[in-house]
Design a protein around this ligand. Structure first.
Ligand code: NAP
Ligand code: GFB
Length: 327
């Protein structure tokens, strides 16, 4: 049963975060640990795969029966960077379809008051006009490099509307850009570009070798710090009441090239060796520039962490936690 809060004895929201031990989960945790409203009115449960494999419906039902969430933030997913997406398209599609279907159906069965799920700007059409906005999710095929992941994620948006229309469910989704921060997956082979480069830079510095950036370095990306995203996801849960998704991103003016991101990492890591580009490796999608006008209109006072500051935090965290970090 949910505890009561304050003197008005209103029950606390029981917020269950699937995938709560990952990069975004760590960002939410850091935010709520210092947020007064969370302390007073909300109780958080951060799940990992050790609490149950939510590709499996029976295990998912047991989790919902155990914690009885009133609110669910759904982060759990098969997640990976460009090179993992290129290699495992079937697994990215199938695992994410199963995970999303189980979580959404359990939110209906167990009468969850609100579900916020996580999409990604990489699911938008590849051939498009820029900037991309929330109305464009289904306007054409995604980039071929991550079609397994992208089509599975797009179905969340389709089902959010279907569940609302047929069952009156209060489901919505957010669309973050590329994320980075403390607690990331620093795998060189399967992870995203920033944690991969941080790990490679650490090793290059130790060995006195070059830092190898894959591809030409010319693709462009918007990067959001995980604690900023955590704060914005909680804001979405509390204040955003539409079924249609909302883009959670830094502005178009904050887009950087992979080459510039690599230089920022080299500087944050005090790496003085050469930065070289392995141009035989894929560049993936050239850009996916997203527009954050809807967010700015609804949450005009939000301040993003500057990328240099966020990268400094992520690099320091990785160096301090090298033995235990996911890699
Ligand atoms: P992450 O660091 O890889 O964490 C994934 C989380 O999901 C972990 O807690 C993991 O638990 C859990 N999980 C995975 N498979 C599971 C399963 N079968 N059953 C139960 N739990 C499972 O991922 P993230 O980067 O935080 O991503 C969170 C969300 O943001 C995802 O929906 C992702 O698609 C989206 N997103 C990420 C990015 C990005 O750049 N990272 C960008 C846009 C959108 P264990 O640790 O126990 O395995
Ligand atoms: O983060 P990332 O793997 O994913 O970034 P995407 C890929 C870009 O960084 C490409 C370059 O241009 C790569 O050539 N890159 C340079 C590297 N060095 C490295 C490195 O060491 N590791 C990696 N991974 N890339 C993903 C989607 O696309 O975006 C996922 O495939 C996910 O589905 C994620 O949604 C947010 O931005 O290209």
């Amino acid at each position: 049963m949910a505890e009561t809060s304050g003197t008005d004895a209103a029950p606390k929201k029981v917020v269950m975060v699937t995938g709560g031990t990952g990069l975004v989960g760590c960002g939410i945790k850091e935010f709520v640990e210092s947020d007064a409203e969370a302390k007073e009115k909300e109780e958080y449960i951060f799940l990992s795969s050790k609490d149950g494999d939510i590709r499996n419906m029976e295990e998912t039902k047991l989790i919902f029966e155990k914690y009885k969430p009133t609110h669910v933030i759904h982060l759990a997913a098969r997640v990976g960077g460009l090179f993992s997406n290129l290699k495992y398209k079937v697994e990215f599609f199938r695992e994410n379809i199963l995970i999303n279907d189980n979580v959404m159906e359990c939110c209906r069965i167990y009468k969850v008051e609100k579900l916020v799920s996580c999409l990604s700007t990489c699911i938008f059409p590849d051939k498009t006009t820029y900037p991309i906005d929330e109305t464009m999710v289904h306007n054409g095929p995604p980039h071929v490099s991550n079609e397994g992941y992208a089509y599975a994620k797009r179905m969340i948006d389709v089902l959010n509307r279907c569940y609302k229309e047929e069952y009156g469910c209060n489901f919505t989704s957010v669309i973050p850009t590329n994320i980075y921060g403390k607690g990331d997956n620093f795998s060189i082979d399967n992870g995203h570009v920033l944690p991969g480069l941080i790990h490679k830079c650490y090793k290059a510095k130790q060995a006195g070798e070059d830092l190898h950036v894959w591809g030409t370095g010319s693709p462009l990306r918007q990067f959001i710090y995980n604690v900023d995203l955590g704060a914005l996801m909680i804001w979405t849960m509390r204040n955003y009441h539409e079924v249609d998704p909302i883009i959670l991103s830094v502005g178009e003016e904050d887009e950087v090239s992979i080459a510039d991101a690599a230089k920022m990492i080299a500087s944050a890591m005090d790496f003085e060796g050469n930065v070289v580009f392995d141009t035989d490796k894929s560049d993936g999608q050239f850009k996916k520039t997203a527009c954050n006008d809807l967010l700015k209109q609804k949450n005009p006072d939000f301040k993003f962490t500057p990328m240099k500051e966020g990268l400094k935090q992520a690099c320091e965290w990785f160096c301090e936690n090298y033995e235990t970090a996911r890699k």
